[in-house]
Each structure stands twice: as structure tokens, then as C-alpha cells.
Design a protein around this ligand. Structure first.
Ligand code: GAR
Length: 190
């Protein structure tokens, strides 16, 4: 039986594109990206999804908060796993209840450090650089009601050199995200 994924994303969407391409290449895994949803009308991720022929939709903030329309959209698409890739809104409780241990997120640091509301993207890398950390990495985790506090599935680290800028740290972390996030998703579905 095939498995279906929905991706939630708010921004650039490089992880979303990487995941889509990974599963397109791996037809044998019979895992399909059915849908991409964004809370930002102008998000670049929607352009990427269109280019890759993946159905995608902008959903306004009010509808994310209510959750009913999204829930019925996911049910009609027979979604098995919800994948957050740079998604910056809170996931509604109705989805958490309907998809227990079936909503995953990637965070660009080693949680529980540098997590919580407002900690996303480059803000995380700036904080890591300012603190003089000698390593950082990625955390893939299930979602719960609190930002970045859900059960950890996998962490991968990378070293930081003393003169690394936040941009250099970001590019090391992105490389880890591209390598590991699709593999972890695949293992969760097999
Ligand atoms: C990624 O680095 C992801 O880990 C991070 O946002 C970036 C999205 O980039 N997520 C968070 O910070 C969540 N708190 P992308 O849109 O190019 O995939």
C-alpha cells in the first residue's frame, strides 16, 4: 500500500523541493507527496510545488486556526504523514488529535537548545553563532502542543569553526537537512 504525505511550509521551500524530488526518484518506496499547503500567499514554496506538478494551496490564517477545512482536505487526500518544512504557524489541536505521532518537524539546531516560539531560520543560526557554540545540527521531532517540545526522532550534528558566520552555519545545517530529512520520513513510513 502506498503512503501519502502533505507538506506544510511558510517560506522558501528548499526542504519541500528536496523531499519532493527524493520521493519522485524513489518510485519503489511508493511514497507520494500529495499536497503542499502554505499559510503565506506569496511563499516561494507554492511556486516550487507548481513547477514540480504537486497540488498546492494557500490557506489563510483563520482557516489554520479553525482546522476543519484542513482536516477534511487531509482526509480526502488519505494523508498518512504531515511533514513540516519551515512552517511557522501553530498546528491546530484538531490536527494533533487526528494525527497522533504522524506530524513531524525539522528544527535547524540541536533542541532543546535554540528552540521555542520565534526561533526559526536565520534567527537560530545567529543565536548559535553569538553563543560561540562549537557544534550545531538538526533535530527531527514529532509535534506536540508546545513549539519545539515534541518527542525527538533524530538529531545529527556538525562542527562549527570559530570564525563561521551565521550564513556559513546555515549552509552546513541545510546540507544536513537535505541529506537526512527525506530518509527519516521514509523510515517513519516503512
Ligand atoms: C529550515 O532550515 C528549517 O529547519 C527551518 O526553516 C528553514 C526553512 O527553509 N525551520 C524552523 O526554523 C522551524 N522552527 P526552507 O523553506 O528553504 O526549507
Amino acid at each position: 500500500m502506498g503512503k501519502n504525505i502533505v507538506i506544510f511550509a511558510s517560506g522558501t521551500g528548499t526542504n519541500a523541493e528536496n523531499i519532493i524530488r527524493y520521493f519522485e526518484k524513489k518510485k519503489s518506496a511508493s511514497i507520494k507527496i500529495k499536497l503542499v499547503l502554505s499559510n503565506k500567499k506569496e511563499a516561494q514554496v507554492l511556486e516550487r510545488a507548481k513547477r514540480l506538478n504537486i497540488p498546492c494551496r494557500y490557506i489563510p490564517k483563520n482557516d489554520w486556526e479553525k482546522g476543519e477545512e484542513i482536516l477534511s482536505l487531509l482526509q480526502s487526500n488519505e494523508i498518512d504523514l504531515i511533514v513540516l518544512a519551515g512552517f511557522l504557524l501553530k498546528v491546530p489541536d484538531s490536527l494533533l488529535e487526528a494525527y497522533p505521532r504522524r506530524i513531524v518537524n525539522i528544527h535547524p539546531a540541536l533542541l532543546p537548545k535554540y528552540g521555542g516560539k520565534g526561533m526559526y531560520g536565520n534567527r537560530v543560526h545567529e543565536a548559535v553563532a553569538a553563543a560561540g557554540e562549537t557544534e550545531t545540527g538538526i533535530t527531527i521531532h514529532y509535534i506536540n502542543k508546545e513549539y519545539d517540545k515534541g518527542e525527538i526522532i533524530s538529531q545529527v550534528t556538525c562542527p562549527i569553526q570559530p570564525d563561521d558566520t551565521p550564513e556559513e552555519i546555515a549552509s552546513k545545517v541545510h546540507a544536513l537537512e537535505y541529506e537526512y530529512y527525506p530518509q527519516v520520513i521514509e523510515s517513519l513510513l516503512s
